[in-house]
Design a protein around this ligand. Structure first.
Ligand code: NAD
Length: 486
């Protein structure tokens, strides 16, 4: 398999430019080999991108939305045409399996499809408020906006923001994760091929320095961020203190509450798939399972399912050597504190890819709520099983998490499911679903320390984030005479 890619560049005013003051190697996590380099940009590069986007905004913001979305109809066709190539690239730069990468690109297609429907959704309002006087409200774009992305979905997360914000008339600067920057260069190429005018979409690569510059730049009106809670807090505080709009999605610790009446096979399949999909590096992954009462039979089935998950076959790698070490440390600490390792993924390795960063599926029973592995985001293919005597204790455990991205309940009782749905403290709830990601047009966003800011990042909710309301009052007919307001 060809794994060498050309050097990653910034993309400004419709051209790839080699700026940035230093470069960093990009590694393929599947074998640890260098596949490209990425520039680490600074303020001067951002200034250039903001100038380009601000200039493009003068025209793009005035193009009617029904015309703007034509670009995304073309773009969607290009995504479909290049699905295999894009999936392979995502597989190689991120380390997830090819099938998972393909599902990711398919989600990008669905997000693009949603943007094409925006003219049908944003409408406007108009009312004759007094004789001859009309008030109307329109959603208008906000200007130059920025989107900062994490490593775990190099293709999909940029599509959470690119199609909607641009279709709504904004011009964007994307800052991809420096670990997986190659997909964003392909996104830029394909948006240009789809007919997007130069400057409407720009890519500036880098790390912390460029993120801080984005938060500080007076020419940027709004910042969306997806990444860890630690950085989400930094970005949200810094961007809003510079008077920008910001929505910042953070990390997660998702609980699956399993009741004794849960359908055993469906539950075991879902738990194993949720904790191990994308090597556990999904912000919607099951990380803790709260087993209520007698669930030993279901746990045995989860163990059997986990044993079928094989690194290098149906399980990809984690992103870096440091991530592998961090995950393995959580497992070892839990073991030292008395938890029981039922399936052990430490020291996994794949023949022929010994330099890859693999962690095998790991199932740990008798984890207690005070352990670090029960409270913190592990972000690996690991499920910690916490035992609870009843539903209220299970809810208490779920509610005690600082995060609140997702929570799921497994049961065949509608009443029990409803009781838990009402009390779980998370933005996205599943009933007999391991990964309860809402699909378009429903929006994506967590609660608590999994999201800072008012709107969700996708779906209808994102319209509010990417637009501002213009209220216009008009009067054309002098015969309507003067009334109290005009
Ligand atoms: P990260 O927070 O390390 O990095 C995210 C972005 O911030 C990257 O572009 C990175 O360059 C930049 N960055 C890193 N450190 C920075 C700093 N100190 N100051 C300013 N910018 C900085 O996250 P990651 O490791 O790339 O991604 C994994 C995390 O993202 C997990 O916590 C995961 O749960 C979270 N995530 C959340 C969601 C969600 O919807 N809530 C979705 C995907 C990923």
């Amino acid at each position: 398999m060809e794994t060498k890619y050309p050097e990653v560049k910034n993309y400004i005013s419709g051209s790839f430019t080699k700026n940035g003051h230093k470069t960093m190697d990009v590694l393929c996590p599947l074998d640890g080999k260098v596949i490209s380099t990425v520039p680490l940009s600074g303020k001067a590069d951002l200034d250039e991108a903001v100038r380009s986007a601000a200039e493009a905004y003068q025209k793009w913001s005035l193009v009617p939305i029904k015309e703007r979305v034509q670009v995304f109809y073309n773009y969607k066709t290009l995504l479909e045409k290049n699905l295999t190539e894009l999936s392979e690239l995502t597989h190689i730069e991120n380390g997830k399996t090819f099938e998972e990468a393909k599902a990711e690109v398919e989600k990008s297609i669905e997000l693009t499809e949603f943007a094409c429907s925006l003219p049908q959704l944003i409408g406007g309002e108009l009312l004759e408020v007094s004789a001859g006087v009309e008030c109307r409200i329109e959603h208008k774009p906000i200007g130059v906006v920025a989107s900062i992305a994490p490593f775990n979905f190099p293709h999909m997360v940029p599509h959470w923001t690119i199609p909607n914000s641009i279709a709504l008339g904004n011009c964007m600067i994307l800052k991809p994760s420096e670990h997986v920057p190659i997909s964003s260069n392909r996104i830029a190429e394909m948006l240009k091929e789809a007919g997007l005018p130069d400057g409407v979409f720009n890519v500036v690569n880098g790390d912390r320095e460029i993120v801080e510059a984005i938060c500080d730049h007076p020419g940027i009106a709004a910042v969306s961020f997806v990444g860890s809670t630690k950085v989400a807090k930094i970005v949200y505080k810094r961007a809003t203190s510079n008077l920008k709009r910001c929505v910042a999605l953070g990390g997660a610790k998702n609980h699956l509450i399993v009741l004794p009446d849960a359908h055993p096979e469906m539950t075991a399949n879902n738990v194993a798939a949720s904790m191990s999909g994308c090597a556990g590096q999904r912000c919607m992954a099951a990380s803790a399972m709260v087993g209520v009462g007698e669930v030993d039979g279901i746990i045995e089935m989860i163990v059997e399912e986990a044993k079928k998950i094989l690194p290098g076959k149906n399980l990809g790698s984690v992103i870096t050597k440091e991530a592998k070490e961090r995950i393995e440390k959580y497992i070892s600490e839990a073991e030292k504190q008395g938890a029981k390792i039922l399936v052990d993924g430490r020291s996994a390795s794949v023949e022929g890819s010994e330099g890859g960063f693999y962690v095998g599926p790991t199932v740990i029973d008798f984890v207690t709520p005070d352990m670090a592995i029960a409270k913190e985001e592990v972000f690996g293919p690991v499920i910690s099983i916490i035992r609870a005597k009843d539903i209220d204790e299970a809810i208490k455990i779920e509610n005690s998490s600082e995060y609140g991205n997702a929570a799921s309940v497994f049961t065949q009782s509608g009443a029990a499911a409803r009781y838990i749905m009402d009390r779980a403290s998370a933005g996205m709830i599943g009933v007999n679903i391991g990964v309860p990601v809402p699909r378009e047009p429903f929006s994506f966003g967590g609660w608590n320390e999994s999201k800072f800011g008012v709107c969700d990042i996708t779906g209808k909710s994102s319209i509010e984030f990417w637009t501002q309301l213009k209220k216009t009052t008009t009067k054309w007919n002098p015969e309507a005479k003067k009334n109290w307001m005009s």
